[in-house]
Design a protein. Structure first.
Length: 150
């Protein structure tokens, strides 16, 4: 199959396929007499593997390591386990960070409501006021912040 067909079958842009080839993640395809790239099912399976890894935020360098292990089934999978354990830790940190962000956004949202700003005018918007008084490392309680009853 040509690159366009591989792209359609895998949902991958042709430029991405070429990029993975240049990075050494995809084996070089055969060439037709007219110099078109010719891919086979092995290329398709490998590309789907790479896409699945990328979907889990695995880096290209880590994918290369996974492909090495995949190509040498007798190798120990300790590196694979450590890599995934590391990703689990990173994901847990991202979840914690997002939960803190959600709390901050809820607190921010409470600063502008019908009770505090019955006319709904931007001049009296507690959200805008709070954002104007944020420190570079985030919004903290300071004299310019309006206190909530929560």
């Amino acid at each position: 199959m040509r690159i366009g067909e591989l792209a359609r079958q895998t949902g991958t842009e042709t430029v991405t396929i070429r990029f993975y080839e240049k990075q050494g993640l995809m084996p070089p395809p055969a060439r037709s007499d007219s110099n078109y790239r010719i891919y086979n099912d092995t290329h398709k399976e490998r590309l789907l593997f790479i896409r699945h890894c990328r979907g889990m935020d695995i880096s290209l360098e880590e994918i290369a390591t996974l492909l090495e292990c995949r190509e040498h089934p007798a190798m120990s999978c300790d590196n694979v386990n450590r890599m995934i354990d590391s990703h689990i830790g990173q994901v847990q940190q991202q979840i914690n960070d997002l939960q803190r962000l959600e709390q901050q956004l809820h607190q921010l949202r409470q600063r502008c409501n019908n009770e505090r700003n019955p006319k709904g005018q931007a001049a009296d918007c507690g959200i805008l006021d709070s954002l104007e008084h944020c420190e570079p490392d985030g919004c903290h309680n300071h004299p310019g912040h309006k206190k909530t009853n929560s």
